[in-house]
Design a protein around this ligand. Structure first.
Ligand code: 13P
Length: 248
């Protein structure tokens, strides 16, 4: 049976003072829970996350990683650097990175490779825009995004990764995919992986992200192929994040 994972994506929010309260509350609220919790914080706060969460059941990670191991790449942060700060996870290919920073499927695949080289577990984000959904090409889009990674590094690499299905139209909009809409895409993703490796597919954690809140988490997480959530806005409120964890 696949364990549930609830990961927070803080995006570009936070301050040293606010983080301390949030991290302490999450750490205290997480003890004794069965679901795995993680927070993906802005780079400057990794040291703070490490000192607040070390020794607890809550993992931490970054929101992006360079596509190269090291070199003259001003402003970039390598997988090794994230690993040095104790990160377990790193987001790769979030739709905001794809749309606002021009990350192609190829770039995302290179980042995925670098994350794994550094011993991190990439959380690979996949998802279609509203226009793509309306155009009936959701399956083609997520298959293409996933295929780029499988082509670059092989299906076996997914046994050391997590996937997150995040329909772009559901992110930060308050519009959640219905549990059945999400389940349909999760099942399709798992089936696509199973075509190459059934064992990897059955163990693969596939998270749902997009306006997950305490009020809708339970029915989303009850679907057979939804193995937890990637949480934006609600991960900034300790009570909401912990309530989502309780739903998992
Ligand atoms: P919201 O939960 O704020 O919709 O954000 C989802 C997301 O982008 C997580 O990566």
């Amino acid at each position: 049976m696949r364990a549930k994972l609830v990961a927070g994506n803080w995006k570009m929010y936070g301050s040293l003072a606010a983080n301390l309260t949030l991290l302490t509350r999450i750490k205290d609220g997480a003890s004794g829970r069965r679901c795995v919790l993680a927070v993906c914080v802005p780079f400057p706060y990794l040291a703070q996350a490490r000192s607040a969460l070390a020794g607890s059941s809550v993992a931490w990670g970054g929101q992006n990683v360079a596509e190269h191991a090291q070199g003259a790449f001003t402003g970039e942060v390598s997988g090794e650097m994230l690993a040095e700060f104790g990160c377990r996870y790193v987001l790769v290919g979030h739709s905001e990175r794809r749309a606002l920073y021009g990350e192609s499927d190829r770039t995302v695949a290179a980042k995925f490779v670098q994350a794994q080289r550094a011993g991190l577990t990439p959380i690979l984000c996949l998802g279609e825009t509203l226009a793509e959904r309306d155009g009936g090409i959701t399956a083609a889009v997520v298959t293409r995004q996933l295929g780029a990674v499988i082509d670059a590094t092989g299906v076996a690499s997914l046994s050391r990764a997590v996937l997150a299905y995040e329909p772009v139209w559901a992110i930060g909009t308050g519009k959640t995919a219905s549990p059945q809409q999400a389940q349909d895409v999760h099942a399709l993703i798992r089936a696509r992986v199973a075509e190459s490796d059934a064992a990897v597919a059955s163990e693969l954690q596939i998270l749902y992200g997009g306006s997950v809140k305490p009020g809708n988490a339970r029915e989303l997480f009850a679907m057979p192929d939804i193995d937890g959530g990637l949480i934006g806005g609600a991960s900034l409120v300790a009570e909401d994040f912990l309530a989502i964890c309780a739903a998992a």
